[in-house]
Design a protein around this ligand. Sequence first.
Ligand code: T4K
Length: 368
Amino acid sequence: MPDEKVLVTRSSMPSYEEYIEAIKPLWDTHWLTNMGKYHKDLESKLKSFLDVPELSLTVNGHMALELAIQAFNFPEGSEVITTPFTFISTTHAIVRNRLKPVFCDVKESDGTIDESKIEELITEKTVAIIPVHVYGHVCSVEAIEQIAYKYNLKVIYDAAHAFGVSYKGKGIANYGDAAIFSFHATKVFNTIEGGAIGFKEHSLYEKIFNLKNFGIRGEELVVEVGANAKMNEFCAIMGLCNLKHLPDAINDRKRICDRYDENLKAIKGIRLLKGSASASRNYAYYPILITDEYYTSRNEVYEMLKANNIFLRKYFYPLTSDQACFKNKYKHLELNIAKRLSSQILVLPLYEGLEDEKIDMITNLLHH
Ligand code: T4K
């Protein structure tokens, strides 16, 4: 048993000295927020890193999604087709915009929305589709685009897990009308708390700028009702530092995933989800499914590892549609696959620096 707890993840951080050196200039300028120098610098570096025409930084991924939805001015009570196999933020962002989520089932292979089941959920009230690139697995973006075009719907991707992922050679935020990223402490790339909206249409930049800064356009001019969802300079600097180390961080995550792959391949009853071969991987999460062919249940595996000081997570159980605040409130067809994945899912520890011996300890326990 490891002496200290092994948690599902651990934030990547630059060295103490590097961060302290980087934030020093803030003591000269006293400029801490409101789209300062470092905010601008990170916005421009991420635009190029993520290969997307436009990008707006936000205080976190959740507000990125709320504002991305708000930017399209959908009529109150309109319907949005989405997936329940996600973090609660996705559904909250829809409901907090006074829209109705309509839950669609997901695909067995990768956990993303099942595009073949979207059309039957469309009504005259449908205005948008909000799919999730869950674990960094890319949704069927071409098929979704065709459906959106046919029914004149907007597509906003929750790409919270898909930082740095490209599909057919293009940054993931080039797909859909907008895509949001999370830079939370638990993500592949973090700014402590933070997020961004990526998109192609320049006019959206002004709109989102207003929504994230009270609609202020001058000392005496407020043009729109906006929230406060800006990233501050300490967070932007953390992002600039972490971005420098990102290639090393991703390489190290690849080492861990490769070792898990190798160690787990012979275990009967453990299934892995597989992302599209046309997409790059960011090694954000290592989800496994404990199927009926395994010798015991998902919950018992979770408890058994916990008793050994290893803390897995059930991302994402329960489905958001089954959470107390949403249960039986919104429309959906059968969610059989989402339910099954949710009842079988476990996410293994994955973070920069996770030692081989800990990986082996985890997989040995799974071998029983
Ligand atoms: N859409 C999707 C699909 C998302 O998954 C998320 C966030 C969002 C939207 C919204 O983005 P943000 O607004 O969060 O930027 C965590 C994260 O808080 C959340 O960002 C993430 N998804 C979700 C999947 O996981 P919890 O409640 O599981 O976090 P917590 O506090 O239990 O932390 C998990 C582990 O991470 C800890 O056991 C240790 C490690 N950790 C945690 C923190 C807070 C660190 O190493 N450092 C830290 O500072 O939600």
